[in-house]
Design a protein around this ligand. Structure first.
Ligand code: AMP
Length: 223
């Protein structure tokens, strides 16, 4: 059985931070659709050009575009034994396309990082990303030891252009309108776990680890 792990949650819930660490623990590639779009934007590809207007406005890129991009990424050899999804699916149509793609050999598990809206704006607006390793700092909650430089690799830290107060409100509205129905979608399929994401990253990680890494190991032993 091969696993697809889906990290669900609003912008600023900690999906990127947690998915990056969990992927290492589980030995799965971390596949972030937002990162794939940002990579295309920075390389000025036609896909990047198309996606940029949506990202800047805090809107969702159309389903068929995201699905095509994601499916070609997960067709790569490193995803043959499973992968960790961060930022996908974001609509029910995307979830349905994913489940049609996966046959019964695949075990799909979704984890929702539950965080109230009030906390999210501050988390997103202060976010700092490393250009080299993708590590995530925060101006107030986890400032780097040296200004502008990543603690993990000394790479340059930058702010995402869509991490503004205005865009985050739009992204939250999009989340509540289009993505939150996925909570019922996976819960109805008995594939959803919920973790309180409003705590310190270490505490959230400890719960996710117990939930996913430990149970994955016992599943493997049972096989
Ligand atoms: P993220 O890095 O996950 O916060 O995504 C940044 C932006 O990329 C989103 O606000 C959307 O504009 C776009 N995006 C990422 N993933 C998806 C998706 N699954 N469906 C549609 N748009 C997406």
């Amino acid at each position: 059985m091969t696993s697809v792990v889906i990290i669900l949650g609003p912008p600023g819930a900690g999906k990127g931070t947690q998915a990056m660490r969990l992927a290492v623990e589980l030995g799965l590639p971390h596949v972030s659709t937002g990162d794939l779009f940002r990579e295309n934007i920075s390389k000025n590809t036609p896909l990047g050009e198309l996606a940029k207007t949506y990202l800047d406005a805090g809107k969702l890129v159309p389903d068929e575009v995201v699905i095509d991009m994601l499916f070609s990424r997960v067709a790569a050899a490193d995803c043959a034994n499973g992968y960790m999804l961060d930022g996908f699916p974001r609509t029910v149509a995307q979830a349905e396309a994913l489940s049609e793609r996966l046959d019964s050999d695949w075990n799909t598990r979704a984890v929702q990082l539950d965080v109230q809206d009030g906390v999210l704006v501050e988390r997103v607006v202060g976010r700092l990303l490393c250009r080299d390793c993708g590590n995530i700092h925060h101006e107030t909650f986890s400032p780097p030891a040296t200004d502008g430089s990543c603690d993990a690799c000394s790479g340059e830290l930058y702010k995402r252009t869509d991490d503004t107060a205005e865009t985050v409100l739009e992204r939250l509205a999009v989340y509540h309108g289009e993505t939150s129905p996925l909570i019922s979608y996976y819960s109805e399929r008995s594939a959803l776990e919920v973790v309180d994401g409003a705590r310190a990253p270490e505490e959230v990680f400890a719960d996710l680890r117990t939930l996913l890494v430990t149970s994955e190991a016992s599943q493997q032993e049972a096989r």
